[in-house]
Ligand binder design. Structure first.
Ligand SMILES: Cc1cc2nc3c(=O)[nH]c(=O)nc-3n(C[C@H](O)[C@H](O)[C@H](O)COP(=O)(O)OP(=O)(O)OC[C@H]3O[C@@H](n4cnc5c(N)ncnc54)[C@H](O)[C@@H]3O)c2cc1C
Length: 414
């Protein structure tokens, strides 16, 4: 099929999930309409809102700020701000605390961050895309992405071909765009799996996110909003990182055996675990694309990097990718330049080193926290104690985690 110059789109985003959707909305706000292609169907609003998702995302202040910038924030049906974080070793002496407990639900501005069910965030972004975008297509199958002369050509299963000056691959961990652009990835198989489900405890969580390092791996208790107002404050989402064989064994337990195990392993910290929703198990692998950009193509979010869920930072670093990419694109567009090689290199330069460092530090912490070697046990206990005793160090950790520093020199600065 032959296309003339006017058929060339400015930008096509493959993947309209959390990160791709945010990117499209930031670009629309900057006066650039992206074509968004997503493989999934439109979410059913009532069904999505009425079912509790067993998993939550811990959103940083930077992500919250970006969602407010594109007016997605007010569309979120539920979220659970948290004011404290507690991390400790079960068989050691190290412990670290950030923030404080809170018996009442705090305003998100006064919180360390907030917990949101991914389905609700997807729904809110999707509703906004339907309002704001002129070309948002769902249930689309991309069959080929190929580089032409000065353009990329995207082939769809229905025979349509789209020509564009810029392809943004936001199509998740198994990115087809990444594969089609021949960008290699480094994979680190942790030989671990995560188990996730929602649980109810007999004592309230007091808006504190907790993480215990067990011999087998970290177990996180993350406060979540409840569908039932009478049970507000008692529900949490757990993410338990385990060696593969333990994960298989724990998934096969009956609900009663599993809740008893959780009560025991968490040292009854919130009384007893009395209810648990069905458990989901997922393999854990870190992935890092060797390049984030090619001429006229950029990868963002999980398409570029997947990190250990230990830090709860995956979507947050993806949203920072979106912000930096949009910032450099819109900055150069003002000068009459669109998606130039140097613009894209600038995006890669500002994101890849930071994301790789985050990935490696999470892998190191994951290894240190499961190691039983005495020097490692000593170092981790000593490290946690040192951080706990130094306010400046804790402030530095929090500042790194909230992501606002990375937005500082951009149009999205707070
Ligand atoms: C157990 C667990 C806990 C986590 N907890 C946290 C947390 O607390 N905080 C946090 O920040 N992160 C967390 N993460 C990570 C977070 O979920 C991901 O980083 C985030 O969802 C990535 O967003 P994304 O938009 O890049 O990719 P995705 O959310 O995977 O979206 C990809 C989109 O692309 C579409 N797509 C895929 N293939 C194609 C194709 N070929 N054509 C068109 N469309 C396509 C999909 O339909 C989807 O809409 C966690 C992850 C796990 C597994």
């Amino acid at each position: 099929m032959s296309l003339n110059q006017s058929d060339i789109l400015d930008v096509v985003i493959v993947g309209g999930g959390l990160v791709g959707g945010l990117t499209a909305l930031l670009l629309a706000q900057g006066g650039v309409q992206a074509t968004v292609l997503d493989a999934a169907p439109i979410l059913d609003t009532d069904k999505t809102k009425s079912v509790a998702n067993p998993r939550v995302l811990a959103l940083s202040q930077a992500t919250i700020h970006l969602l407010k910038t594109v007016n997605v924030w007010d569309k979120l049906a539920r979220q659970q701000p948290y004011t404290g974080m507690q991390v400790w070793n079960k068989n050691g002496y190290g412990e670290i605390n950030f923030g404080h407990e809170s018996s009442k639900t705090p305003a998100v501005e006064n919180a360390l961050g907030t917990m949101v069910e991914p389905s609700l965030l997807n729904l809110a972004i999707q509703e906004k895309m339907l309002e704001q975008l002129q070309d948002y297509r769902t249930q689309v199958k991309v069959t080929r992405v190929e580089q032409g002369v000065g353009v990329w050509i995207i082939h769809l299963a229905d025979g349509t071909q789209l020509k564009t000056k810029l392809v943004i691959g936001a199509d998740g961990a198994n990115s087809f765009v990444r594969e089609q652009a021949f960008i290699d990835i480094d994979i680190l198989d942790y030989k671990q799996a995560g188990i996730s489900c929602a649980i109810k405890t007999t004592q309230p969580h007091q808006h504190v996110a907790r993480q215990i390092f067990l011999e087998t791996g970290p177990l996180a208790f993350l406060p979540m909003a409840s569908l039932n107002p009478e049970q507000e404050g008692y529900w949490q989402s757990i993410v338990w990182t385990l060696p593969d064989d333990y994960a298989d064994e724990y998934v096969a337990l009956s609900d009663a055996e599993f809740t008893q195990l959780l009560t025991r392993e968490s040292h009854h910290m919130l009384g007893e675990v009395v209810e648990a929703t069905p458990r989901a198990k997922f393999p854990l692998k870190a992935r890092a694309a060797q390049q984030y950009v090619r001429n006229g193509l950029a990868l963002i979010g999980d398409a570029a990097h997947v990190i250990h869920p230990l830090a709860g930072q995956g979507v947050n670093i993806g949203c920072l990718d979106a912000a930096i990419l949009c910032d450099v694109l819109l900055h150069d567009k003002k000068r009459g330049v669109w998606a130039h090689e140097q613009t894209l290199q600038c995006y890669e330069h500002r994101r890849k080193g930071q994301n790789d460092a985050m990935m490696h530090s999470m892998s190191l912490i994951g290894w240190m926290e499961t190691s039983q070697l005495f020097p490692v046990v000593w170092t981790r206990n000593f490290g946690l104690k040192q951080v706990e005793q130094h306010t400046a160090l804790k402030d530095a950790f929090l500042s790194q985690a909230n992501g606002l520093q990375i937005l500082k020199d951009t149009r999205y600065a707070v």
